[in-house]
Design a protein around this ligand. Structure first.
Ligand SMILES: NC(=O)c1ccc[n+]([C@@H]2O[C@H](COP(=O)([O-])OP(=O)(O)OC[C@H]3O[C@@H](n4cnc5c(N)ncnc54)[C@H](OP(=O)(O)O)[C@@H]3O)[C@@H](O)[C@H]2O)c1
Length: 366
């Protein structure tokens, strides 16, 4: 039996990518035999997604794909077809974001996956498989950011919360969540002309040009924000920290502008500002469960649908180019069109080793 997958093959020298090829292939089922650790869970993947990280991996940019060959895709949603982990049984609908898939272990851009149950979450009541994939790593990260603001004591009545990277995946979900929870949201974007209406529909009350935040500013600036959700890093994050009210919290999850942080200690020691780091990949299981429960109740699903576009597996290369060029709005789900009956009927079949076959549509070669 074979299944369709995106596959990245690279040669690495001291961690540097020397050669890179990403293509669509048919793989034998037993390609996944070594995956999933000691108690693997087999999944018929229904949906995956394209995050910024997936764009980097597919395009052969460093820092994401850490092994070769690798099925990319840091998200997957599907149905368990077999499980050596007692926490899961055949027929469970599950979602996995991060946990190393699509980076150091085979990921979700394939019709089948075999993963560790360590970071797997049962699909929360109230969400369909497609909606969970639409949330994906970006939406999960937005929820972790909102939880961090709440833990930091940032309440809606304290003042405006600023969100950067607004038209992107993390930003879009963060705006929708914060607005639903009663926060006044200021959206920083480079695309107010084309995405302004969209951002207002998500719940942004103000739109700010990201160019205003792009250059390093004074260590302490006029107080503007009770809190912030930042996916840009660099001078943008530094300026937001310098504009945050006493006792405010700003979360940092991304580096869309850059990985540097040209700031001083002044916002921290003179205004008691907290900078809260967000890492969705290694989030512990209890926090994962809490975040998914909250997403199912706090995220307006009609807005999630509005921010979501759907593509087929063959469209992932083009989508990777677009997300790296900053042309994608909101979230992209990948419909794997898994042939469930075929996968169910093969459960329990003797495993064996196989090889890559049926290569087509080679992309991103160098
Ligand atoms: N820490 C974690 O666990 C975690 C999880 C998910 C994502 N991330 C990171 O968070 C970031 C956002 O992820 P995403 O999935 O939302 O990506 P995305 O969909 O590509 O969105 C990124 C957004 O950032 C804005 N942007 C682009 N270039 C910028 C620049 N030079 N300066 C300021 N803003 C810029 C754009 O928004 P506008 O067009 O509105 O300006 C863009 O839509 C990425 O760096 C990603 O790797 C981290």
């Amino acid at each position: 039996m074979s299944f369709r997958a995106a596959l990245i093959q690279q040669t690495l020298d001291k961690g540097r990518i020397q050669e890179h090829q990403a293509e669509m292939v048919d793989l034998e089922d037993h390609f996944l035999d070594d995956s999933g650790g000691d108690a693997p869970v087999d999944i018929a993947v229904h949906y995956s997604g394209i995050n910024y990280k997936d764009g980097l991996a597919l395009a052969g940019k460093p820092g994401v794909a850490r092994t070769s060959p690798l099925i990319p895709g840091i998200d997957l949603v599907g149905e368990v077809t077999a499980s050596a982990d007692p926490a899961f049984t055949r027929g469970d609908e599950v979602v996995l974001t991060g946990g190393g898939i699509g980076e150091s272990a085979h990921g979700g851009l394939a019709q089948r996956a075999r993963v560790s149950g360590q970071h797997l979450v049962k699909l929360p009541a109230g969400l369909t498989a497609r909606q969970a994939a639409a949330i994906g790593t970006a939406g999960f990260t937005a929820m972790l950011s909102v939880l961090a603001l709440q833990r930091g004591g940032v309440r809606p009545e304290a003042g405006a919360v600023v969100v950067t990277g607004s038209a992107g995946g993390v930003g879009s979900v963060a705006i929708a969540l914060l607005a639903k929870l009663g926060y006044q949201v200021s959206a920083v974007t480079g695309r107010a002309d084309t995405q302004g209406e969209y951002l207002r529909r998500l719940g942004a009350s103000d739109l700010l040009d990201r160019a205003e935040f792009a250059e390093p500013g004074a260590p302490l600036q006029k107080r503007r924000w009770a809190g912030g959700v930042d996916s840009a890093g660099s001078a943008t994050l530094a300026n937001i920290l310098s504009q945050t009210e006493d006792g405010g919290t700003v979360t940092s999850c991304g580096l869309a502008q850059g990985h540097d942080l040209p700031t001083t200690v002044m916002p921290f020691i003179l205004r008691g500002v907290t900078l809260a780091g967000i890492n969705s990949v290694t989030a512990p299981q209890a926090l994962r469960e809490e975040a998914w429960r909250r997403l199912a109740t706090d995220l307006p699903l009609e807005l999630l649908d509005e921010m979501t576009q759907e593509i087929a597996l063959d469209g992932v290369f083009e989508q990777a180019e677009q997300i790296l060029a900053g042309q994608v709005r909101g979230r992209t789900v990948v419909n794997l069109g898994a042939d469930l009956e075929r996968l169910r009927s093969r459960s329990g079949a003797a495993p064996g080793w196989g090889s890559v076959c049926g290569v087509s549509h080679p992309r991103f070669s160098r």
